[in-house]
Design a protein around this ligand. Structure first.
Ligand code: NAX
Length: 326
């Protein structure tokens, strides 16, 4: 079988370290699919990345046909079939949100351009690096020859957080809970508990505590990342990598149950065309179909409007700084 080429950016970082070994083991693309990893890092992280590559070699993974590691965009994206865009610049103390957006905008413009020029035409790209919805929008807008349907931003970690919170509350197993995330991967995200189910039954009826659902539950999901930083002294890595691998696996292998992922919006749920907005999607043969007919009540609508407004404000900043056309 011809090996597939999989790009991981930010490969020497925390999430990169958690992703690479599982990719090389065949978790996403299956036990028969040979794989070449193409790892992109900043020049200053090349030493650390070399150490990771040595570890990959020491695993002697049967499916791993090669590892390319580089700080050169052309080398990294050459012929890529799949890309995990993980590397980005985190917010530092005193940094304005608009500055953070601007720094990351230039990274995702460069990577969008490299995808356009060097990757395979059918490349599927999952953006993890924050602010992931807007970074994804920028990369996709720059890679103008690649269909927008081949770009995705990750909200699977938020979905899993929501499902496990609800499972804990109901004292049931999280595998039987469905809960979709709408909007931005940020503190405005909306975990739609109104349509959430446990074995087909509505969670709102089972929990029977509207104040908890609208209050602590939503807040716990929105603030979970911050709580992990507080407890661990570092942001989520194992769970983030796990969610990234799961998302790509569902994109590649299909899913006839809905899952959360931010895709190029076309007006669904009021999300302005062009934003990358998380909503329920099904997947078949690498193509996602959004489920666009869920009817939300006034409380849910208000939450959805807030997260759309935040995505729009991020887009306005990017446009006003000249990184994207209106
Ligand atoms: P780390 O700081 O550990 O690693 C990031 C790596 O990216 C670093 O090694 C850095 O050298 C590299 N990098 C920076 N700019 C680069 C560029 N232009 N090209 C190539 N590499 C570059 O962060 P980590 O914990 O791995 O998190 C990575 C990103 O995921 C962050 O933006 C983080 O905010 C985001 N997350 C997104 C989540 C989501 O659900 N969408 C959840 C987890 C995580 O917070």
């Amino acid at each position: 079988m011809t090996p597939i080429k999989v790009v991981v950016t930010g490969a020497a970082g925390q999430i990169g370290y958690q992703i690479l070994f599982r990719l090389a083991q065949g978790e996403v693309f299956g036990p028969n699919q040979p794989i070449i990893l193409q790892l992109l890092e900043l020049e200053q992280a090349m030493g650390a990345l070399q150490g990771v590559v040595m570890e990959l070699q020491d695993c002697a993974f049967p499916l791993l046909q090669g590892v390319v590691y580089t700080s050169d965009l052309k080398t990294a994206f050459d012929g890529a079939n799949y890309a995990f865009l993980v590397g980005s610049v985190p917010r530092k103390a005193g940094m304005e949100r608009s500055d953070l957006l601007a720094i990351n905008a230039s990274i995702f413009i460069d990577q969008g351009r490299a995808l356009n020029q060097y990757a395979s035409d059918d490349v599927r790209t999952l953006v993890v690096g924050n602010p992931c919805n807007t970074n994804c929008m920028i990369a996709s807008a720059t890679a103008s020859d690649i269909p927008k349907e081949q770009f995705f931003a990750m909200t699977m970690l938020d979905e899993k957080r929501a499902r496990s919170q609800l499972a804990e509350r109901l004292n049931v197993h999280h595998r039987d809970i469905e809960c979709i995330i709408y909007g931005n991967h940020s503190s405005t995200l909306f975990p739609d508990y109104w349509h959430s189910t446990y074995k087909g039954k509505l969670v709102v009826d089972l929990v029977n505590d509207p104040a908890w659902l609208e209050g602590a539950f939503i807040e716990n999901v929105q603030q979970r990342g911050a709580k992990i930083i507080q407890a661990r002294g570092a942001s989520s890595a194992g769970s983030a990598a796990n969610a990234a691998l799961d998302t790509m696996r569902l994109i590649v292998n299909g899913s006839d149950t809905p899952f959360s992922v931010a895709i190029h919006a076309n007006g669904q749920y009021g999300a302005t065309k062009g934003l990358f907005f998380s909503m329920p999607c099904l997947s078949k043969n690498g193509i996602l179909t959004p489920i666009d007919h869920i009817v939300h009540n006034a409380m849910a609508r208000k939450r959805i409007e807030i997260t759309i407004a935040e995505l729009e404000s991020e887009r306005n900043i990017v446009i006003s700084r000249g990184f994207m056309n209106a």
